[in-house]
Design a protein around this ligand. Structure first.
Ligand code: TYM
Length: 343
């Protein structure tokens, strides 16, 4: 059965793109498929950060994941920095990554990467590869923005296996059918993101209902008044239809047909209702959770994650000829590493 992983960077409060693009697919699949969900707090160190805020945000992300339905009895939920194997595998994988490969990653440029940025901003896609390969993952359900990183992960896994023997499962990215990339409501050319400079077009999972409604009613729409699904010609309206389609499991074109006559206002009001109906119960559950409950779940998750991740690191070290592992004598062709993929 294919194993899935999802990671959430605690660089800001979670927003609707995270929910539709990643959280919901995870929650829906967790009873059928082995699932790993983690708070990617090490990734939050790639840009300037406030330690106190980071700690609070990590807990908030964990709480929201639980409130949104991640079930720790089914999914493995933990905080990345609690499991040192991420750092160990990160370095080992850097040794099969070229500088050019890391430099080509779009997000380095998008996040303003240059001479003054943290070195970790350049290498974080390799840390992401480590996150995935540690757990023998088959499928990575992510929004489109993360596709290139999963491609890099595949390249590294294949290269490592060819060079040093079968060690890693080669994963693939899977995207939700609708709304794999939700756009900012105030600027449909941009992705909705937790760190967007203006929050006017970002629907945060913890925004109050009146704030959500106001942001939606003020969403930038396109010229004309007719509701049609045309992502190139009418990206603003298409985005609203995509979000509504994703939240109600409907085809955005069908919804457009229903709103053809009553204009943008009617569509926005319906979207506001759907967003509020989705987020209200999540917010209620979130506010009921205590810090102790959240930390207890994370501590238990870290223990379980460390076991599997530790096995992967041992296998990788053995393949590389590092301490402790059994390795074929030098000069012999690469053989599979001592252990295969754990069942
Ligand atoms: P992050 O924290 O930016 O986003 C978490 C997840 O939410 C998805 N997402 C979106 N999907 C649709 N529309 C949007 N506007 C939108 N915004 C965010 C992202 O695609 C992602 O699935 N590098 C990752 C975290 C990470 C990770 C991993 C993910 C670290 N290691 C290993 C998967 C596997 C990130 O920055 O996600």
């Amino acid at each position: 059965m294919s194993r899935r992983i999802s990671g959430f960077k605690p660089t800001g409060p979670l927003q609707l793109g995270n929910y539709v693009g990643a959280i919901r697919p995870v929650v829906r699949g967790q009873h059928e498929q082995p699932t790993v969900v983690f708070i990617a707090d090490l990734h939050a160190l790639t840009v300037p950060h406030d330690p106190v805020l980071l700690q609070a945000r990590s807990r908030e992300v964990a709480g929201l994941l639980l409130a949104a339905g991640v079930d720790p009895d089914h999914a493995l939920l933990y905080r990345q920095s609690d499991v040192a194997a991420h750092l160990e595998l990160h370095y080992l994988l850097e040794c099969v990554t070229s500088y050019g490969e890391a430099h080509r990653m779009i997000q380095f440029k998008e996040k303003g990467g240059g001479g003054g940025s943290r070195l970790s901003l350049l290498t974080y896609p390799v840390l992401m590869a480590a996150d995935i390969l540690l757990h023998d993952i088959d499928e990575v359900p992510v929004g489109r923005d993360q596709r290139q990183h999963v491609e890099l992960t595949r390249d590294l896994a294949v290269r490592f296996n060819e060079r040093y023997g079968a060690t890693f499962t080669v994963p693939e990215a899977v995207h939700p059918e609708v709304a794999a990339r939700i756009a900012d409501l105030a600027d449909p050319a941009r992705k909705m993101g937790k760190t967007n400079a203006s929050t006017a077009g970002v629907l945060f999972l913890l925004d109050k209902p009146d704030v959500l409604r106001r942001k939606i009613m003020r969403a930038v729409t396109d010229a004309g008044t007719e509701v049609v699904y045309d992502p190139d010609g009418k990206p603003g309206v298409a985005n609203l239809l995509d979000i509504l389609g994703a939240l109600t499991d409907r085809d955005p074109r069908e919804i457009a047909a229903e709103h053809e006559k009553n204009g943008y206002g009617g569509l926005k009001a319906r979207l506001a209702d759907a967003v509020i109906a989705t987020l209200e119960p999540i917010q209620r559950r979130y506010h009921e959770l205590t810090d102790e409950e959240i930390e207890a779940v994370l501590a238990k998750g870290a223990e379980r994650a460390a076991e599997r991740a530790g096995r992967t690191v041992r296998r990788t070290k053995a393949a590389l000829g590092l301490t402790g592992g059994r390795r074929a004598p030098a000069g012999s062709p690469a053989t599979p590493a001592t252990a295969g993929r754990p069942s």
